[in-house]
Write a protein that binds this ligand. Sequence first.
Ligand SMILES: NC(=O)c1ccc[n+]([C@@H]2O[C@H](COP(=O)([O-])OP(=O)(O)OC[C@H]3O[C@@H](n4cnc5c(N)ncnc54)[C@H](O)[C@@H]3O)[C@@H](O)[C@H]2O)c1
Ligand SMILES: [Zn+2]
Ligand SMILES: [Zn+2]
Length: 399
Amino acid sequence: MASGNRVVTYMGPKKLELQTFDYPKLVDPKGNKTPHGAILRIVTTNICGSDQHIYRGRFPAPKGMVLGHEMTGEVIETGPDVHFIKKGDLCSVPFNVSCGRCRNCKERHTDTCENVNDEADCGAYGFNLGGWQGGQSDYLMVPFADWNLLKFPDKDQAMEKIRDLTLLSDILPTGFHGCVQAGVKYGSTVYIAGAGPVGRCAAASAHLLGASCIIVGDSNSERLKLVKDAGYQTVNVASETPVADQIEAILGVRDVDCGVDAVGFEAHGNGPGAGEDPAAVLNTLIEVVRENGAIGAPGIYTAGDADAIDKDAKAGTYRIDFGKAWIKSPHISAGQAPIMHYNRDLMMAILWGRMPYLGKLLNVEVVPLEKAPDAYKIFDQGSPKKFVLDPHGSVAKAA
Ligand SMILES: NC(=O)c1ccc[n+]([C@@H]2O[C@H](COP(=O)([O-])OP(=O)(O)OC[C@H]3O[C@@H](n4cnc5c(N)ncnc54)[C@H](O)[C@@H]3O)[C@@H](O)[C@H]2O)c1
Ligand SMILES: [Zn+2]
Ligand SMILES: [Zn+2]
């Protein structure tokens, strides 16, 4: 058994440190034994836009917290109450920590598990949500392992497709969930706000669901280029031309059937040089999604952002055009994505070659764990890459 565990810790805004913690034990954050848990040797662990909210000091997190919630790993130890997952299994870890026993889990809402966080019905690794240690590390303890882990059917086949399969722990199911919430189906027209990794996964998901016209909006030209190169339409939200006009130029009408918010509370406004405006994306979606259409909002909103632009935003109350929205009979859904709801089916889609466009669109770059601070910095500056950490050099070895 290994002795130490290298981890990426948050030490304050834009300050990360690689530290060495103890090798994980089968215990939960309160010190209770977790015989239902497993220890994983991490194969890939991705950096997410959600980590960036923490990195920038905009999403509250304690100093010394281990970051990371997008893990794939090999099981190297199982507790006595783990019956089906075995040592040697290569598994994707849904970022939601869930118990599989409460009402919400039984109803497949693993995003709102009642038993893994005393503060709120919702837990995750590497957030201030239940104290579950993050997985940007060499090793990780996963509780309720039989329930939480998604086992890949064949390890060699999985390692061949690991750059796509690594997206199953969060952003691909999250993008897909945003599209499902937005009612995307065959023939739908879709506007996705945000060309970050989640927005690009939402575009790939809309494609898989059979959408007709897929439009992605952002101000980041490098990210929009990836979208365009994959064959989707783009809108530059920083242009003088309003988003609805740009949609009309593409589609011939000013509205779409479905809207996805893949941005969240750190949104900037529309138009040249617009500053931060946390309500901008939701208000744009309310404007451009047609009557009776739907909006899926996986982008994160929080009441804990001390650096928000005004008192309302600091409290998480935004200036949403609800009166304008109401008359259109809209459907708006938000929250964490219940990863387990989608991860198996999306794994099958990847393994059977149904999402061949994912690789180019997501533009994954694999780097060693010790490069995490550099990767966070580059991603924070709007890089068009999705950074994946490879603590043990497993991806390099498999290639
Ligand atoms: N609900 C969930 O379960 C879940 C899971 C993963 C990520 N998220 C959240 O999804 C969001 C996106 O994640 P990401 O990794 O792609 O982040 P990201 O920060 O890399 O990308 C966000 C993009 O939005 C763009 N943007 C800003 N304002 C905009 C506007 N008005 N219109 C269009 N685009 C605008 C930015 O330029 C940026 O490219 C984040 O808030 C993240 O925390 C939620
Ligand atoms: Zn994530
Ligand atoms: Zn539960």
